[in-house]
Design a protein around this ligand. Structure first.
Ligand code: CTP
Length: 403
């Protein structure tokens, strides 16, 4: 866990979004971070010292001229003795102070004194955010190396107004903090990857469709693991209930043909991992109107036509990625069928798994796979889908490095 024992100096300045900072404190601490809060005078109008202190399980610093703390020049110690300074919410006033080097309270003094990364989560009325003075200050802070998360579009907490100015959600702020403090190696930096995930839905009429049991868990986990390793990832996802993985460009599609078009439009890439359970067939002529029951009790018959094979198309494409990986969901003769698929589809590797109902793999959290290449079969133990994703990404990095 990236945040374990990391010291986050959290400056809460005075805006209505300060109520979200309470949740932010919890989210940071859940991930093992130590949160050292500083509140401006104005922040105390919105949340109490007691609430922030209790959630942080830490003294809340407020006073530049504290008799207790300034014996050892407390503001300098606070500025140094942390891994990152997070300002959430960052008001127009505090941004202006920092952009202009003002230091007339504890928060602004610490911001001037710190050499640690600073992440700001601005929150203000949309009219204020679009004011040229605020834009000027934000630009100056960016030039000075300050990082930003948000503000987002949406309704303001004070109600009635919409526009850009909402503070980013606590989990998005946490993700940004993690990204800034992540020192893990990035073996796939500069590489582009395309991942397909989830099922496809093939419409019968405007209200009915044919689908399969894929949840997208494995494909989404692979997209997330690729991002963690530094790759630039496009995820083409069929209909799933999962959230979009952070840091991934997600293209949402429904049908196999849409998925194929999105994948081909995303080429060129260095890596393609086709995890989606693409429907093999679609209804030949889908009805534009809801098919009604007939009075005489006769049932409709559906005629199917074959869908494009996306993996095969990519595996034989003139812009074929250097590494093309497919999955083979089988219920019998797993490795024999997977090897045949490898050759037929022009893939470098096939991740084969047994999806018989008794394995619980389809829609479940765990997976048991064998990695099939032209000259080897590597059977992995029973792992979580996240672990499969991490191991697969390590293998991808090795393959691309020529190991
Ligand atoms: N695949 C694809 N496009 C399709 C069908 C499959 O891209 N129309 C990809 C899947 O994403 C997976 C691999 O091909 O990476 C194998 O999928 P699978 O459904 O197991 O293979 P099929 O070609 O459908 O073979 P079969 O149904 O005969 O087992």
């Amino acid at each position: 866990m990236i945040l374990t024992d990391k010291r986050i100096l959290l400056i809460i300045s005075g805006g209505i979004a300060a109520y979200k900072s309470l949740d932010l404190v919890r989210r940071l601490r859940e991930r093992g971070a130590v949160v050292i809060p500083i509140m401006t005078k104005a922040a105390e109008e919105f949340v109490t010292l007691l609430a922030v202190g209790a959630l942080a399980a830490h003294k809340v610093h407020t006073d530049l001229f504290s008799r207790d703390d300034e014996v050892d020049v407390g503001h300098i110690r606070l500025a140094r003795d942390c891994d990152l300074v997070l300002v959430a919410p960052a008001t127009a006033d505090l941004m202006a102070k920092m952009a202009n080097g003002l230091a007339n309270d504890l928060a602004s003094t610490v911001l001037l004194a710190t050499e640690r990364p600073v992440l700001m989560a601005p929150a203000m009325n949309p009219k204020m955010w679009s004011n040229p003075a605020v834009s000027r200050n934000a630009s100056q802070l960016l030039i000075d190396g300050v990082h930003f998360v948000g503000p987002m579009r949406g309704e303001m907490a004070e109600g009635g107004e919409a526009g850009t100015g909402r503070m980013a959600e606590p989990l998005d702020i946490v993700a940004e903090v993690e990204a800034l403090l992540d020192t893990a190696p990035k073996p796939l930096a500069g590489k582009r990857a395309i991942v397909t995930s989830g099922p496809t839905h093939e419409p019968i009429d405007p209200v009915r469709y044919i689908a399969n049991r894929s949840s997208g868990t494995q494909g989404h986990a692979i997209a997330a693991a690729l991002v963690k390793s530094g790759a630039d990832v496009t995820l083409v996802s069929g209909p799933v209930t999962l959230a979009d993985p952070r840091g991934v460009k997600v293209i949402h599609v429904e049908r196999a043909e849409e998925m194929r078009d999105a994948v081909l439009a995303s080429l060129p890439a260095d890596i393609a991992v086709m995890v989606a359970a693409v429907a093999d067939w679609r209804v030949a002529t889908r009805s534009d109107e809801k098919i009604k029951k007939s009075a005489d009790g006769s049932v409709p018959s559906l005629e199917f036509t074959e869908n494009p094979d996306i993996l095969k198309t990519v595996g034989h494409h003139e812009k074929r990625p250097k590494l093309v990986i497919g999955f083979a969901a089988e219920t019998n003769d797993v490795e024999t069928n997977a090897t045949a698929k490898l050759n037929r589809k022009g893939a470098d590797l096939i991740v084969a798994n047994d999806v018989s109902p008794e394995t619980g793999i389809m829609g479940g959290k765990r997976n048991r796979v064998a990695i099939i290449s032209r000259d080897s079969v590597d059977r992995w133990p029973d792992l979580s889908k996240d672990e499969v994703a991490d191991r697969l990404v390590t293998l991808i990095a090795e393959k691309l490095a020529g190991a």
